[in-house]
Structure formats: structure tokens, C-alpha cells
Design a protein around this ligand. Structure first.
Ligand code: ADP
Ligand code: MG
Length: 163
């Protein structure tokens, strides 16, 4: 596991942009964390890092936004509003997972339909109440052996933020 810290939305976006350099077609990121923790903010940074210049908004109501102008295709999902896991069938995840990088906000809710081989990125507020409101802890957890092997490279890419 990698533990990193940011103290502003811009910081989280810069961290995500740095991490994007390590991302490859077929990668899956599950974003965890409470409402307002910064999952969408993080994904915007990742998109910027990939070279996406289009405005990226939360796919809370559309479920999915696809961006194909970057170095690799980015599929941004938010499954918060999914009522039934069966609705994920409409998303055609197997196809999505093949064509680009997939980032799923609230993805932990649907892990039963996701490959074990994914990276979980958890955004949380620091425990101390004295911290500024803009402080976040970003926890990166490898799911499966292929991500385990890649963790050192990810840590190196975001070295400046690693706690
Ligand atoms: P989520 O998608 O997890 O619900 P959003 O990314 O939509 O969260 O919102 C995060 C909010 O928190 C934004 O208003 C953002 O400006 C603010 N924020 C403050 N500090 C940070 C930080 N360090 N990282 C990310 N977002 C932050
Ligand atoms: Mg969001």
C-alpha cells in the first residue's frame, strides 16, 4: 500500500496527473471515499495528465463519460446511483476494460462484477480535527499480483506526495 497526502484540490489533481503517466490500456482503478472526498477531482487530474482538455464533469447521472482525446482512452464511471448490480450489464464492462483506462467512483460497491486485478485508490480526510479542510490522505492499494509488481513504480511517480 502507498500512503500519500495532499492539501488542496490542485494537489490531488497534480498527484493524479503524475500517476496517469503509469497507466496503460486495460487498467482499472476503483475510487473509494465519501461524498466530497475528491474522487471526481482526482479523475479530472488523471484526465489532464493523459492530455484530455475537454471539461470533465461528474458522471453521477450519466453513469459514464468517455474521453478519447488523451494518450489513452479514459472511461470515467460513477456507480453511486446504480440501484441494482444487474444494471452494470448495460455498461458492457468487459469491452470498456479492454479499450482504455477505466476509473470507477464508488467501484467498491460493484467489486463482484469487477476483475480482482484492479487498483483501489481511497481518498479520506485525515483523522486529526486540527487539519485544514483541504487535507486529504490518498491510499493506494494493489488488488492482485500484477498491481503488486507495479506499486513501486506508482510510488516513484508520486514521490513528492508520499507520506
Ligand atoms: P467526490 O467525487 O469524491 O464526491 P469531488 O471531487 O466531487 O468529490 O469533490 C471534492 C471537493 O473537495 C471539491 O469541492 C474540492 O475542491 C474539495 N477539495 C478540497 N481539498 C481537496 C483535496 N485535497 N483533494 C481533492 N478535493 C479537495
Ligand atoms: Mg464524484
Amino acid at each position: 500500500m502507498i500512503l500519500a497526502a495532499t492539501s488542496s484540490p490542485q494537489g490531488t489533481q497534480a498527484l493524479a496527473a503524475a500517476l496517469s503517466a503509469e497507466m496503460r490500456v486495460g487498467d482499472l482503478i476503483v475510487l473509494a471515499g465519501d461524498l466530497g472526498a475528491g474522487k471526481t477531482c482526482f479523475t479530472q487530474g488523471m484526465g489532464a495528465g493523459l492530455g484530455i482538455t475537454e471539461r470533465m464533469t461528474s458522471p453521477t447521472f450519466t453513469l459514464i463519460n468517455r474521453y478519447d482525446q488523451g494518450r489513452i482512452e479514459l472511461n470515467h464511471l460513477d456507480v453511486y446511483r446504480l440501484d441494482d448490480i444487474a444494471e452494470t450489464l448495460d455498461l458492457d464492462l468487459p469491452e470498456l476494460l479492454e479499450v482504455g483506462l477505466t476509473v470507477i467512483e464508488w467501484g467498491e460497491e460493484i467489486t463482484e462484477v469487477l476483475p480482482v486485478d484492479h487498483l483501489t485508490i481511497r481518498l479520506r480526510y485525515p483523522e486529526s480535527v486540527e487539519g485544514a479542510d483541504d487535507d486529504r490522505i490518498i491510499q493506494i492499494e494493489a488488488g492482485g499480483p500484477t498491481w503488486d509488481v507495479r506499486l513501486p513504480d506508482l510510488a516513484a511517480a508520486i514521490e513528492g506526495w508520499v507520506a
